[in-house]
Unconditional design. Structure first.
Length: 700
């Protein structure tokens, strides 16, 4: 490469760019230190001015000076926020300043313009971008791939350009390792090299290898519901996270991480993606599993009834507006043995708004009425001598915990104020119970309404949302990964729990490994009814597995998808299929496969069909170096781990060993087909199948 003039020119440009970043990083650091020193000095002046005037009447001129000083300090804080963000971007870019370059000829321009694209944008002293953020409108021409006449949208206008060059780079800090000019990214050896890297314990952001079909999802217009179907290894998770990063960029003035929720399939998966968005210069959104959400709402032990249906939830919507509540539908709210809010008070608060149909609006008014009753009780008791005595009887430790110091009221007014603070802390659980609607016997109401013996978690939560409210209304976007693992009722609850959010639903219908989950047809129908419309995209190119592994798991796809699915990886190792004639031969072959894998580089997964089978295998192979995934969800970088299919979903491994791939374990029915497809598609480089007897007909 040293004799390549293009390489030498690009290396010189890289060095200049890197030097700019170093200069910016140093300059911003110095500015932050200077601003901090000046702000501290300003605060000292402010305190001094206040001290000088504490015993005298403060003149208007002094107040004006103090106000001016406050504005100066606010200016320092704003400057610090801006410079801190700039420092973060500079440090991110110094790891790899950019990954691509496009040469664009704009209409009426004499010369084409070179634009360098990186993980974040950066401007020089003249406010000109010398690195463009990959999410910016002009960067779209890079991901559209084809050279020649093309266009991009910016500020509501279509800008026509001639794409003359599309160049990709392999860069580490100020070192150019390689470059490649291409028109079709999947033919790009840099892409293949990137995709062929050893997998890491945490998913890496692949901003540099976004392909055309992925880009259509990432930059898709903002719609109420976007449903994305992708085959195994098509980059669904990367696309989801890059979509989040893209939304943060395009709506950076009014979208915060607290407005975006990512519903992940399991805790292991949450750790797996933990660093991806920070690597792209963004903060992680709110990350939840379904179980964590249920636990947070106190519903972890209820489970989901097998006969729970969307029709049941529709009945709740129909019956709530005409619901009549009796005295026995209400209950007291207590603290220890003290009855703070009575069932009668709760009923009167609801009946007070009888002109409003039963539902969340009416209950919100009732909640405010009950909160006012609680406040009146606190104000009344704060003047009660017995309550004041209880305050003064608190130990020093209790007083410090409550007030931050020992209390010694100087007069009756201070005593009442302290007692009120004491009561507010004491009744904090009551306030929370009022807001959560715990003064209603929801189980009794729901069982009577629906004629059911019990309410499962989904039905109970939907009833609460319909009757009492409690949804997260501020959420703007909800991303549901592995959507094929949810029931229609779970999805309906999510839609109601996040009523104002736009949904991105990603999954692979062929990886539906749980019984009773929603088909993609049912997902379309459900969100069509709840949100009005559903738009769809498909991802049919596998970037994870070798062509040999892709061909193997594609045998399990419906014929139409089998034809469309392709792999862009280099040819690898043919799958190893071991058919055994006896139990002894099978157990020895399984043990040998684990021992061989333990000596290899990279990470191998032994993937059992069920959790029960995983426990049996752990016992059978206890004399091998096989390990289970630890409770904190951290995957090791090498060795052999034991997982069941449900836990392995969404993860990838260098090598997958799939036991029991014989006819008895994998008969031709959808659930077994999906589980086998999921297990095989976890492998990137090698797969070993073991069968006790002939291989299942699903793969023959």
């Amino acid at each position: 490469m040293a004799s390549d003039p293009v390489f030498e020119e690009e290396q010189r440009h890289l060095q200049k760019t890197y030097d700019k970043l170093v200069h910016i990083e140093q300059e911003v650091r110095e500015q932050l230190e200077s601003d901090l020193a000046e702000a501290l000095e300003g605060k000292e002046d402010l305190f001094e001015a206040m001290s000088l005037n504490q015993d005298a009447d403060i003149q208007l001129e002094t107040l004006a000076e103090l106000e001016a000083m406050n504005r100066i300090i606010e200016g320092y804080n704003l400057s610090a926020d801006i410079n801190t963000e700039k420092l973060r971007r500079a440090q991110l870019l110094m790891l790899s300043p950019y990954f691509a370059k496009v040469r664009l000829k704009f209409p009426h321009a004499d010369e084409p313009k070179d634009i360098y694209i990186g993980a974040a944008g950066m401007t020089d002293d003249m406010r000109r971008h010398f690195i463009v953020d990959w999410r910016s409108p002009v960067a779209e021409v890079y991901y559209n791939q084809a050279n020649g006449a093309t266009s991009y949208e910016a500020n509501g206008r279509t800008i026509e350009v001639d794409l003359q060059l599309r160049r990709q780079f392999d860069i580490r800090r100020d070192e150019l390792r390689a470059y490649f000019d291409t028109t079709i990214a999947i033919e790009d050896p840099l892409l293949l090299a990137s995709l062929s890297k050893r997998r890491t314990a945490q998913l890496s952001a692949i901003t540099t290898t976004i392909q055309k079909e992925q880009n259509q999802v990432i930059r898709h217009a903002d719609v109420p519901v976007l449903l994305v179907h992708g085959i195994a290894g098509s980059g669904k998770t990367s696309v989801l996270l890059q979509r989040i990063a893209y939304l943060f960029y395009t709506e950076r003035d009014n979208l915060t991480p607290s407005d975006v929720y990512l519903i992940t399939p399991n805790a292991v998966f949450g750790r797996y993606i933990d660093n991806v968005l920070p690597d792209m210069g963004e903060s992680n959104p709110q990350i939840l599993t379904w179980d964590a959400l249920m636990d947070k709402l106190g519903l972890a032990g209820r489970g989901i009834a097998k006969d729970s249906s969307f029709e049941t939830l529709q009945r709740i919507d129909e019956l709530v507006p005409v619901l009549e509540l009796g005295q026995n539908d209400f209950c007291d709210i207590r603290v220890d043995d003290e009855r703070v809010i009575t069932a009668a008070q709760a009923r009167l608060s609801v009946e007070k708004y009888a002109r409003i149909p039963m539902g969340a609006h009416r209950m919100t008014l009732a909640i405010e009425d009950l909160k006012e009753k609680l406040e009146q009780r606190i104000m009344r008791l704060a003047k009660d001598e017995d309550t004041q005595d209880a305050l003064m009887d608190l130990t020093d430790e209790q007083q410090i915990r409550l007030f931050g110091q020992q209390v010694a009221p100087l007069d009756d007014e201070e005593l009442v104020a302290c007692t009120r603070q004491y009561l507010t802390a004491r009744y904090a659980p009551v306030l929370e119970a009022i807001e959560n609607g715990e003064w209603l016997r929801l189980d009794r109401i729901g069982m009577r309404m629906l004629d059911l013996p019990t309410l499962d978690a989904v039905t109970w939560l939907y009833l609460k949302l319909a009757l009492v409210g409690g949804s997260i209304r501020h959420a703007r976007y909800v991303m549901v990964d592995e959507v094929q693992d949810y029931t229609t009722t779970q999805l309906a609850v999510l839609a109601r729990f996040f009523p104002n959010a736009h949904f991105l639903l990603l999954g692979d219908e062929n990886q539906a490994v749980h019984e009773g989950t929603a088909s993609f047809s049912e997902v379309r129908d459900l969100f069509g009814r709840l949100r009005g419309s559903v738009e769809e995209c498909a991802l049919m190119i596998s970037y994870r597995s070798s062509p040999e592994i892709t061909d193997l798991f594609c045998k399990l796809l419906p014929e139409r998808e089998r034809v469309e699915a392709t792999s862009v990886q280099r040819p690898g190792t043919e799958p190893l299929i071991i058919e055994c004639v006896s139990d002894e031969e099978y157990e020895q072959a399984l043990r040998d496969a684990v021992l061989r894998a333990a000596e290899d580089e990279g990470l191998t997964a032994l993937i059992a069909n069920t959790r029960t089978r995983a426990k049996q295998l752990a016992k059978l192979l206890r004399d091998t170096p096989l390990v289970s995934v630890p409770s904190d969800g951290t995957l090791p970088s090498c060795g052999v781990v034991l997982l069941d299919v449900k836990l392995a979903k969404g993860l990838e491994f260098d090598h997958a060993i799939v036991p029991d791939v014989h006819e008895g374990a994998f008969v031709d029915e959808p659930l077994r087909r999906h589980r086998l497809y999921t297990a095989i598609s976890r492998a990137t480089q090698r797969v070993t199948l073991l069968a006790k007897g002939p291989l299942t007909s699903l793969l023959r």
